[in-house]
Ligand binder design. Sequence first.
Ligand SMILES: Cc1ncc(COP(=O)(O)O)c(C=O)c1O
Length: 465
Amino acid sequence: MAKMLGVWRKSGSRQGAADLAAAIQLQVFDGQLPLGTRLPAERELAEALGASRTMVGAALDRLRADGVVASRRGSGSWITSPRKAFPDPELSGRGLIDFARAAPPAVAGLIPAVDSARQLLAAELPEHGYFDQGLPVLRDRIAARFTARGLPTTPDEVMITNGAHHAFVLALRMLAGPGDRVLVEQPTYPNALEAIRGVHATAVPVALGDHGWDLDGIEAVLRQASPRLAYLVVDFHNPTGHRLDAAGRERLGSLLTRARTPAVVDETLVELDLEGDPVDGPPPLGRFAPDWTITIGSASKSHWGGLRIGWMRAPEELLGRLRSARYAVDLGSPVLEQLVFAELLADPRPRMAERREELRDRRDALVGALRWYCPDWEFRVPSGGLSVWCKLPEPMSTRLAVTAANHGLQIAPGSRFGVHGGLERRLRLPFALPAEQIHDAVRRLSTAAAAVRGGDRSGLDVPVA
Ligand SMILES: Cc1ncc(COP(=O)(O)O)c(C=O)c1O
């Protein structure tokens, strides 16, 4: 819990209890401390946080007064209603602007694809409908896309899953177990960290800095920590937006091969190249370590998250084992959604061109708004993906997230992207919303940031803008 709370105390603040209450409230609001979660005893929490017991007691008093925490003598304290974590009832009713999720709406053309898929469904109905590896027509089209991008692939090397995250969890369950180490970039995609924790493995971070991958660092970790698996996002990395160039991929591929470490290469964002077609980009990492990579991908960001369609690509023998391991979890993906996506892939170019143009406009809107409202924030303009990774003028990401909620905004603090929290000077901002909403969100964010930096005691008392 101490790790989760991040840097909750404002330096020099004499409002420690308010700061702590606000940080706990943020975790509740963010879903990290779900309803019913039992809190540690005051003494333990005070010790872990390096705070006085009086301060922890005062913070809990505030949370009880706000209805976020309940306590009973002899039974301790637990989280009650996350709804009450919203400081302003008007906001909780209205909902906040979601500036945390990096997920765009559906592409145009989804409904016509559903209509043609309905027609195609008729041919499937006399059969049982279980395709544990996925519909052949869809595997064909996905394999062709890999081949076009420089990784020759047959349909037998592709399995359809319920999204990329599902694909990662399947690979993780098969390749890593309790106590095993999994190499990850730091920062990285928070749900991947969640999945690694879920199999009781340990994420071993290698920093991904302002200039991208530290391949020497990866080499050292492969040698010294002997991880069982690596999880890598080399195309428009989430959250930083970095993309590894072809030479870097070649070296990384040979490092994995030499260390005999399998890697899950997450290509969820690869199609969101805002400066060109991915067929002209660097080839997939799998090309440089064909026996040691499981490449996962998704329809979620290129077409729509609601399809819940993803895939994994691996050498046939390994894929066969992954397919068998799948029976412990599920028995295949829905046929209609696979048909819809296969229809969308029949000629994806016009829709993808539109998608890229839409996201380019949204990225530029975000960059423009940040330069206008937050001129002292630093960031790199990404050439693809869905987010800008900002460096804040001071370590305040968690406090900013708490305060932002009071300004009608939900944001994900930098700590969410770190193996052990931290990253308090960082904030990921997505460009998935329409340009006007992005503008409004950044305006609210700058007001929240001014309140945090101006020393408002915790953000919870900041009036709604
Ligand atoms: C890097 C990365 N991997 C996986 C996912 C989840 O993808 P899916 O919706 O296909 O499960 C996301 C979604 O944000 C992501 O950014």
